[in-house]
Design a protein around this ligand. Structure first.
Ligand code: GLU
Length: 399
């Protein structure tokens, strides 16, 4: 009989041993495990649209398979997808990008990873406004950079140019911006965004603008892309974009970066030694997403708007919860400190109580650098939101 070698002596690398697992993915897995066990789980965890991918996009993928587009593509993506991305930014934001400035990536996450890893040297400081998407500081740490967090709670989680100015030191190299923001749903007003980018350019720094919620903005806030900024500001900028949310394509894994050609070349070196190209079939689907009809986006936004209105009112009626209106994306980010009593001392305790005793998944604000808050995704049906709110209320009232 052969015996398995023991893995007890396996030494995880320094880089990875300090890395926290993604709390957003962990929340998704917790919900999946409960569903598999037959539990009636209310899953308000994932930032994942509950809509199906639009049919024209699926048809483009089927057609690509039929046409034999099943081979390697250039790491930067097919010409067709690059042109679709360039065309979209030209149409929507009057921005002129060259193919040498565009790269298709395996989701927006890989665009951010490529951008950070190809720019940051050990101990370079990277400014990250709080609350932040969970992967930002982990990617910075992986690149041996140092995350410097900017507190924004005093301004209801909206970053200002003054906050950025105060946080810059001689070691600052990069700032990661995310508007509309995950998890806060906050939008940086375009005039403020411009001022931030003027500071970035003046100090010869760089910015990543994570625009994965670009199209999901609620009036009076307006859709804004950093692509519409002046070319001399754009030299300091990498846009990380995604098809996942806008076209309900999370599983297809397609995103992109838009950055100056030197930065893009460096990012493509990283990508060519890791994932090479995005799945060829997904690229054909993504090209159709940008080139084809856009009515599905308007339909999704209308539905998120309806849910947001209902949810905000319902959450603010729960004693102890305080939830400002999200201006974009599809998350409510209520403060739960007013509900913390007895054995519930932190937002993590509140979230665990919801999970264990009410079979309801939300994401603890602590993972986003905002202990005392929790993220509720309303990319889920109104029925499930209603049931979830009932369960949240029960925990708040029991506390
Ligand atoms: N961005 C989504 C979220 O925040 C998907 C999960 C992830 O990649 O973190 O829930």
């Amino acid at each position: 009989m052969t015996t398995q070698p023991s893995l007890s002596s396996f030494q995880v690398s320094e880089n990875v041993s300090h890395m926290k697992a993604s709390s957003t993915l962990a929340a998704m897995q917790a919900a999946e495990a409960m569903r598999a066990a037959g539990v009636d789980v209310v899953d308000l965890g994932p930032g994942e649209p509950d809509f199906d991918t639009p049919q024209n996009i699926k048809d483009a993928a089927s057609e690509a398979m039929r046409a034999g587009k099943t081979k390697y593509t250039p790491a930067a993506g097919t010409r067709e997808l690059q042109q679709a991305i360039i065309g979209f930014y030209h149409r929507e934001f009057h921005a002129n990008y060259e193919r040498s400035e565009v790269a298709a990536t395996s989701g927006g996450k890989q665009a951010i990873f490529n951008a950070v890893v190809s720019l940051i040297n050990p101990n370079d400081e990277v400014l990250i406004p709080k609350p932040y998407w969970v992967s930002f500081p982990e990617i910075v740490a992986f690149a041996s950079g140092k995350s410097i967090f900017i507190e924004t709670e005093e301004n209801d989680f909206v970053l200002t140019a003054d906050m950025v100015r105060r946080a810059i030191t001689p070691r600052t190299k990069l700032i990661i911006l995310n508007s509309p923001g995950n998890p806060s749903g906050r939008v940086i007003p375009p005039a403020e965004f411009l001022q931030i980018m003027e500071i970035v350019a003046e100090r010869d720094l760089y910015a990543i603008s994570d625009e994965c919620y670009l199209r999901f903005v609620y009036p009076p806030a307006t859709v804004f892309s950093a692509a519409s900024l002046r070319p001399e500001l754009r030299r300091h900028l990498c846009i990380a974009g995604s098809f996942s949310k806008t076209y309900a394509m999370t599983g297809w894994r397609v995103g992109y970066s838009l950055a100056n050609s030197e930065w893009t070349r460096a990012m493509l070196k990283v990508q060519s030694h890791s994932t090479s190209n995005v799945t060829s079939i997904s690229q054909a689907a993504a090209a159709e997403a940008f080139n084809g009809p856009q009515d599905s986006v308007a339909m999704m936004l209308a539905e998120y708007t309806r849910r947001r209105e209902w949810l905000l009112q319902a959450l603010n009626e729960i004693p102890g919860l305080r939830c400002p209106q999200p201006e974009g994306a599809f998350y409510a980010f209520p403060e739960v400190r007013g509900c913390l009593k007895g054995k519930l001392k932190t937002s993590g305790d509140f979230v665990n109580e919801l999970l264990e005793n009410e079979k309801t998944v939300v994401t603890d604000g602590a993972g986003f650098g905002a202990e005392g808050f929790m993220r509720i995704s309303y990319a889920t049906s109104l029925d499930r939101l209603e049931e979830g709110v009932k369960r949240i209320r029960r925990v708040a009232e029991r506390a």
